[in-house]
Design a protein around this ligand. Structure first.
Ligand code: FAD
Length: 512
């Protein structure tokens, strides 16, 4: 029997955030220096990256650390600020009330002594859900950062993620990949894809780097999906009937002065036909309006965004970005894998883009077979995990709309139509009217969003779980109250010790 052909060269096509994340993770396991995997990335010198994607979730800390990246360098070079959660404004009626709640505040809910959630449901004592289970809402309200200068990199008093400049982040990862991890960079346009008789990709034609062959091809060409979509003809599963927002308008807004406080959470304000993100970086805000083009004219959406940022005179440059909502039917076909917008995308309400691309890059690196015969089993596992991840992401994003009580426009009414919700979500919500969501509702390790995330959104939005009749099952009310008081003390101590967010960032940038 002929020996299996080794799999030792990967070509990543596309140099956006997804391409560089994939290249870094592959190069780290690949160990090219030991004669192992060689990773090459080819990116177009002419086609720009999408240039948005400024919010992340805490898992990115683990990823950056595993890639050998210094948090201080990252903060200095990518205009990074800290993100401790998302503040949702006007997602519930009455419209314009400013009603808001944090989710998902990133601190995990303490589950011992005892789990505070049912006790809050039985008797909230007039406190918001977030303040009953975490100190972090109070830290954000006070405008404080999540960590002390004495703490090591990637550690904090509270759990945190980052806001970052998308273009600078891709460049930063590129330098790390090429200078530290041995990734080879080519700048050329891919102009064609050649397949062998078995349908595997043999190589790609380029306009200035010749014909590039490899054993595995990673499609990171963004919404174009040049390899997995165009060449491999893997279809697209459109989710626009469940998640209506299909267009974004993005604008960069200068701060009024160099010492303007920087919020430590993303602000997400629900508006007539979508919502507005508002992110504070070190030198500017990144603001965008995500909306449904079936419900709103583009001009109307732009006027709304300009009013939000106080630019009625139209001086700031607004960029319109069409968004294709959904995911591929498969994510790994033969010797071609999609990572990034080419794999799938939903509106950035919970910063799922970088998260899913990061997690699936690591998954690819771990499943990568050493010989070509291993491609079939590896792709089967990859496809099952990634399919589940996207389905759960759609459930979670839809949740925010489906349980909102807003009905002031057709956009909000249509979003509450059960026919527009995934059956898996409707089923869960029915169960959660009678009992508190628990860990068994989230059995998958790669569910992306799980118990804490759901509870923050559900109870931040006043979802009715009726457990009054089962009060006898929760006999530890005194212990729950004592734990609540201990939490309040922790909050007071944190408020005394933590620095204002901008001051923390400036100290890290100056002193490291
Ligand atoms: P791109 O950035 O589009 O990169 C594509 C790459 O492919 C480029 O380098 C291009 O040059 C190359 N390319 C294309 N064609 C060719 C060719 N023929 N030959 C060679 N190279 C080629 N994610 C988050 O996590 N948080 C957020 O807050 C967030 N906000 C978002 C807001 C909006 C409006 C949108 C649309 C997305 C948002 N995302 C967010 C997702 C985020 O943008 C992506 O995670 C991220 O930028 C990855 O994009 P990409 O690398 O897949 O594609």
């Amino acid at each position: 029997m002929a020996p299996d052909k080794p799999l030792n060269h990967v070509l990543v096509v596309g140099g956006g955030t997804a391409g560089w994340l994939a290249a870094c993770h592959l190069a780290r396991v690949g160990n090219a220096a030991d004669g192992g995997l060689q990773v090459t990335l080819v990116e177009s010198p002419d086609i720009p990256t999408i240039g948005v994607g400024e919010g992340t979730v805490p898992l990115i800390r683990e990823s950056l650390r595993n890639l050998g990246i210094s948090e201080t360098d990252f903060i200095r070079e990518c205009d990074v600020t800290f993100k401790q959660g998302i503040r949702f404004v006007d997602w519930m009626k009455p419209r314009g009330s400013g009603e808001n709640y944090y989710h998902h505040i990133f601190d995990l809910i303490p589950r011992s002594a005892p789990d505070p959630v049912p006790y809050w449901l039985l008797d909230s004592q007039g406190r918001s859900f977030v303040d009953s289970v975490s100190i972090q809402g109070r830290v954000c309200d006070a405008g404080l950062g999540p960590k002390l200068m004495t703490q090591p990199e990637y550690a904090g008093v509270s759990n945190y993620a980052y806001h970052l400049d998308a273009g600078k982040f891709a460049d930063f990862l590129m330098r790390h990949a090429t200078e530290k991890l041995g990734v080879k960079l080519l700048r050329a346009n891919v102009t064609g894809v050649e397949k062998d008789p078995a349908g595997f990709i043999d190589g790609v034609q380029t306009d200035r780097a010749g014909y590039l062959q490899a054993d595995l091809f990673v499609d990171c060409t963004g919404f174009r999906a040049l390899l997995l979509g165009d060449a491999m003809k893997v279809g697209f599963v459109d989710k626009g009937h469940q998640l209506f927002a299909d267009t974004a308008l993005a604008v960069q807004v200068p701060y009024p002065s160099a010492d303007t406080p920087i919020p430590c959470s993303t602000r997400s304000t629900a508006v007539d036909h979508g919502w507005i993100w508002d992110i504070g970086l070190t030198g500017r805000r990144g603001v965008g309006h995500v909306y449904s083009s079936a419900h709103s004219a583009h001009d109307e959406a732009e006027t709304l965004l300009r009013r939000y940022v106080g630019d009625e005179r139209g001086e700031l440059a607004v960029r319109r970005i069409p968004m294709r909502i959904g995911h591929r039917e498969r994510f790994w076909d033969k010797n071609c894998v999609a990572i990034g917008l080419s794999q799938g995308f939903v509106e950035p309400l919970e910063a799922t883009g970088i998260l899913v691309y990061d997690v699936t890059s690591q998954l690819l690196a771990e499943l990568l077979p050493v010989v070509r015969d291993g491609l079939g089993p590896a792709s089967g596992r990859f496809n099952a995990v990634v399919q589940n991840a996207w389905e759960r992401v759609v459930d979670f994003i839809k949740l925010h709309y489906f349980i909102s009580d807003r009905e002031d426009t057709a956009f909000w009414k249509d979003n509450r139509d059960p026919a527009s919700a995934p059956p898996s979500l409707v089923e869960q919500l029915e169960a959660w009217q009678q009992r508190v969501p628990n860990q068994y509702d989230f059995p998958g390790k790669f569910d992306i969003f799980n118990l804490d995330n759901y509870q923050y959104v559900l109870y931040g939005m006043h979802f009715p779980t009726e457990i009054g009749g089962a009060g006898h099952r929760f006999p530890h009310a005194a212990a729950a109250r004592a734990a609540g008081e201990a939490l309040n003390k922790r909050a007071e101590m944190a408020l005394e010790r933590l620095l204002p967010h901008r001051a923390l960032i400036e100290r890290i940038r100056t002193h490291g």
